[in-house]
Design a protein. Structure first.
Lengths: 66, 258
């Protein structure tokens, strides 16, 4: 199944949910703000939200800035 | 001295706002925020790589500090609005610094797109502080659009050039009385921050000059004092510049008068 993560096409397994996606790397999940298609999905909804073909995911975080 | 700054309905004891970019490490940033006495800091929103192991910047910002998310990276009003929406939905974004830039060499703000974004976001209840090129008509349009403050650039972002825009900022200070004027960008030294405050600016926002210093917490404290000194001088009302000398000691009763 193809989805887009931060603008890049990514192949992922059927049934992948947001919780597993966010926890698939080393980053502190507490930092991650997840935007699915056009809206932010709060972390307490991640495990309940299963990705579908063509979904666009943005993983963003607050960083230092002026 | 009871001299509070009020922006967006919130009271600030400090007139120095600090940006959190470019600090070598987050602990130095935290110490700089503390020693600056700043009660408002800016942060940015960026894509995160799931394999990066950076710490959460928010946990290094002292409790009670107002966090203002900037829209850096936005090239037009629509992108700025989207960043603001994400920040708010994530639980942090009522205070927004609008920064719309499409020129990567000079990082000059796009005033027209900034006005559009200000109108949309303030209509949605955000407290909007737009970063702008100092132009009187644009500043008026920003006030009209609901800006909580107007933030003219002192000089190019990160340039440490100081108040290159001095005359134009003075016009804004004189003419824009509805909202505070915050001098943002290019302020490289505490003396330049003091100068902006002596002119009558309501606050100063700095980042690079503090973060790039060898000792950021010490520089943050120096900036805080510069801002305070300038503010006090403004309130005390300074004497006029004269072309000729004006003696400080009495001009009569000299010891050797005949």
């Amino acid at each position: 199944m193809k989805i887009t993560v931060n603008g890049k096409a990514v192949e992922t397994t059927e049934g992948m949910d947001l919780h597993r996606l966010v926890h698939s790397g080393k980053a502190d999940p507490g930092r991650v703000i997840l935007v699915l298609n056009d809206g932010v999905v709060k972390s307490d909804r991640w495990s309940l939200t299963v990705l579908s073909e063509g979904d666009r995911v943005e993983l963003v975080s607050f960083v230092g800035g002026g | 001295m009871d001299d509070k700054l009020i922006v967006g309905g919130r009271e600030f004891g400090s007139r120095f706002f600090l940006g959190t970019g470019k600090f070598g490490d987050k602990e130095a940033m935290r110490k700089a925020i503390v020693s600056s006495g700043s009660q408002l800091v800016t942060v940015a929103l960026r894509r995160i790589d799931l394999d990066e192991t950076d710490e959460n910047i928010l946990s290094f910002i002292p409790d009670g500090t107002t966090i203002m998310v900037n829209t850096s990276g936005a090239r037009n009003a629509a992108e700025a609005v989207r960043i603001a929406h994400i920040a708010r939905e994530a639980g942090y974004g009522d205070w927004i610094k609008i920064e719309v830039i499409s020129d990567s060499r000079y990082l000059l703000p796009d005033n027209q797109e900034t006005i559009k974004a200000t109108r949309i976001l303030s209509g949605e209840g955000f407290v909007v502080l737009p970063y702008m090129h100092p132009d009187l008509y644009v500043a008026k349009a920003l006030v009209d659009a609901g800006a909580a403050a107007v933030m003219p650039l002192g000089s190019l972002i990160g340039s440490n050039q100081g108040l290159k825009m001095r005359t134009l900022i003075e016009v804004l200070i004189e003419e824009i009385v509805e909202v505070p004027i915050v001098v943002d960008a290019g302020i490289g030294r505490p003396s330049q921050a003091a100068e902006a405050m002596e002119m009558g600016a309501d606050a100063v926002l700095a980042n690079t000059a503090v973060a790039d210093a060898e000792d950021p917490p010490l520089m943050a404290a120096a900036f805080a004092r510069g801002v305070e000194a300038g503010r006090m001088a403004y309130l005390a009302k300074m004497g006029k510049e004269r072309k000729e000398a004006a003696a400080s000691s009495p001009l009569t009763g000299f010891l050797y008068d005949e």
